[in-house]
Structures are given as structure tokens and as C-alpha cells.
Design a protein around this ligand. Structure first.
Ligand code: 5GP
Length: 310
């Protein structure tokens, strides 16, 4: 197959030398495109700026040689099915590269990207919501980010879950959790008091009480739920208007460091949770938005910005 990275034949150069150089160039080009996609995924660059750069000049830049589908997939809330639908709507063939789009296709893609950057408030809006669910792999720092939001953004109601787990030192009933017995939890399930509930880490049950959330939403307040993955899926089913946010670690090594460093689990439990985290990370594309937890204050601000705060 002839690719954009393949060199033109120079008279007298042995073919194997050419091939080795071409393959090195291909690897470098792939890495450069991966870096652009990563920047879009973590919101360091806007997709609209990437396509404008692609159309600005050199057709060999990573921006121009990236396939449109790859660009769409790097957007925080676009998975394969959605990407294919968008491409079909825009009339762009699957293999098209950003730099290879015709004038009309460029106009359409530019319009679509500009439109999705624009904040909207009315129904059907996927970029902002009064109800935001914060989930992510174990040890990514969901608790720290939500506690930061509790301390610095009092206008946001942070839902307080009920749990059958005993309190850890320093945890206060009614503030960090409602610590309840198994029998109480059973009664709350029977009385339909939970928006969702789940058994987490095969150990204790956790549930989100629904009445405070309904009251806050009715009063026009914004609500944040910090729950596990199963809980996020249940909320999506029960309240499709909720915006699902996935908190990502800066890297896998950093996640391991955080889990081992906090020292609240023994080595066997740490190993079990790391296995869980690997599976949990695979769920990130189900989420509307991904936020990287590089620094707690910044991650918290990004989450709050996704909430419609009146
Ligand atoms: P921890 O015991 O460390 O406070 O929390 C363990 C896990 O339970 C965390 O992943 C947390 O997000 C999750 N969790 C806390 N409250 C809820 C809840 O109400 N529902 C669900 N599904 N998960 C919860």
C-alpha cells in the first residue's frame, strides 16, 4: 500500500535503505499524530484549532495526515458508534484525512466542531448539566476532588451516600457518608429511597439517596455524585440528562503510586484493586467527558465548569 509517509524513489538508493527510512518516518508520524490526539483528549488543544492548523499550510503535518475518524475519536465524548454516525452525517468517507477534505466537507466539519464548543443550556445538552456524576478507577482521587469541591464550591450540592461500611478514623456520619446497618440499607432499598446502589469491591453496599437530589434539582441547584462505575451506569439509565465524567490518572504508574502510597489497603487488597482499576479504565469511552486528575484544584475546577451553576 502506498502511504503518505512513503518516500519517493530516489535514483540509485538501495530499496531496503529506503524502506527502513520510510518505516522510521512512519513511526515518527504516528507518534506525532498520537500526541495531537492526546492533546485533544485532555483538552490541551481544541479540535477546531487542530483542523484549522491542518488546513493552514503543510499537508504533511500530523494535523493534516490524521484521519477525520481518529480526530473525532479523540474527542472526550465520542466513541466508535458516534464517530461513524457523525462522519455519515457530514458526508465524509471513513478513510478521509483531515488535510484531504474538500471545501464543502471542511465547512461542514468546521461547523460541527464550532457548534459543539458552544455552551448550551437547553434540553439535550451534553456539555453542561445540573446533575454531574464523577466516576473513575479506584485510587484516581475522586474522593479528594469531590472534597475539594465541597470545600471551595458550596453552591454545588455534593450528594452524601449511605454505606454499610464502618467509618474510617476522622469520617463523620452525615458528612462523609450516612453510616447505616445492613438492615437499614435493606429497608432503604425496599422503600425505593435510592437513585442507585451497588456493592463495591465485593465488600460493602453504597447507595445514593434520591430525595435530597430531587429537592436540590427542583430548587435549581447543581448536584454532584461521586460514585463507582456501576453506579454511574445506573444513574445514566435512571436520569439520562445526567452528565457522566470520568476522572483519569495522569498515567498508569501514577495510579499505582497513589494506591500504594495511601497505605489504607494491605498488599493483597492493593493487587486486587489494581486489577479492578485496569477493567474500570476500559469503561472511559462510555463517559461524556474525561478529566485528567493532574492537580486536584484544576481537576475540581474542570468538573465544576461542567455543572450549570446558576
Ligand atoms: P470508599 O469506601 O473508599 O469511601 O468508597 C469506595 C467506592 O465506593 C468509591 O469508588 C466510591 O466512588 C464508591 N461509592 C461511594 N458512594 C457510592 C454510592 O452511593 N453509590 C455507588 N455506586 N458507589 C459509591
Amino acid at each position: 500500500m502506498v502511504t503518505a509517509e512513503e518516500p519517493s524513489r530516489r535514483g540509485g538508493t538501495p530499496p531496503e535503505v529506503d524502506r527502513a527510512a520510510a518505516s522510521r518516518r512512519a513511526v515518527a508520524a504516528r507518534r506525532a499524530r498520537a500526541a495531537v490526539k492526546h492533546d485533544i483528549a485532555v483538552r490541551a488543544r481544541r479540535a477546531i484549532d487542530v483542523v484549522e492548523a491542518a488546513w493552514d499550510g503543510d499537508p504533511a503535518t500530523p494535523e493534516a495526515t490524521m484521519r477525520v475518524r481518529e480526530l473525532l475519536l479523540s474527542l472526550p465524548n465520542v466513541g466508535p458508534t458516534k464517530a461513524d454516525r457523525i462522519m455519515a452525517d457530514l458526508g465524509i468517507a471513513a478513510a478521509k484525512k483531515v488535510g484531504g477534505l474538500g471545501v464543502r466537507q471542511r465547512e461542514k466539519l468546521r461547523g460541527w466542531l464550532t457548534d459543539r464548543e458552544r455552551p448550551r443550556r437547553a434540553g439535550g445538552n451534553r456539555e453542561h448539566s445540573r446533575l454531574v456524576v464523577l466516576a473513575g478507577p479506584t485510587a484516581v482521587g475522586k474522593g479528594t476532588v469531590s472534597q475539594f469541591i465541597r470545600a471551595h464550591y458550596p453552591e454545588v450540592l455534593l450528594s452524601i451516600s449511605a454505606t454499610t461500611r464502618p467509618p474510617r478514623p476522622g469520617e463523620v456520619d452525615g458528612q462523609h457518608y450516612y453510616f447505616v446497618s445492613d438492615a437499614d440499607f435493606d429497608r432503604m432499598i425496599a422503600d425505593h429511597e435510592f437513585l442507585e446502589w451497588a456493592t463495591v469491591h465485593n465488600a460493602y453496599r453504597y447507595g445514593t439517596p434520591r430525595p435530597p437530589i430531587d429537592r436540590a434539582l427542583a430548587a435549581g441547584r447543581s448536584v454532584l455524585l461521586e460514585i463507582d462505575l456501576q453506579g454511574a451506569r445506573s444513574v445514566r439509565a435512571a436520569m439520562p440528562e445526567a452528565l457522566l465524567v470520568f476522572l483519569l490518572p495522569p498515567s498508569w504508574d501514577e495510579l499505582v503510586r497513589r494506591l500504594v502510597g495511601r497505605g489504607t489497603e494491605d498488599p493483597a487488597e492493593q493487587a486486587r484493586r489494581l486489577e479492578t482499576a485496569k477493567v474500570e479504565l476500559q469503561a472511559q469511552d462510555e463517559f461524556d467527558v474525561k478529566v485528567v486528575n493532574n492537580e486536584v484544584g484544576r481537576a475540581a475546577r474542570e468538573v465544576v465548569e461542567l455543572l450549570e451553576v446558576p
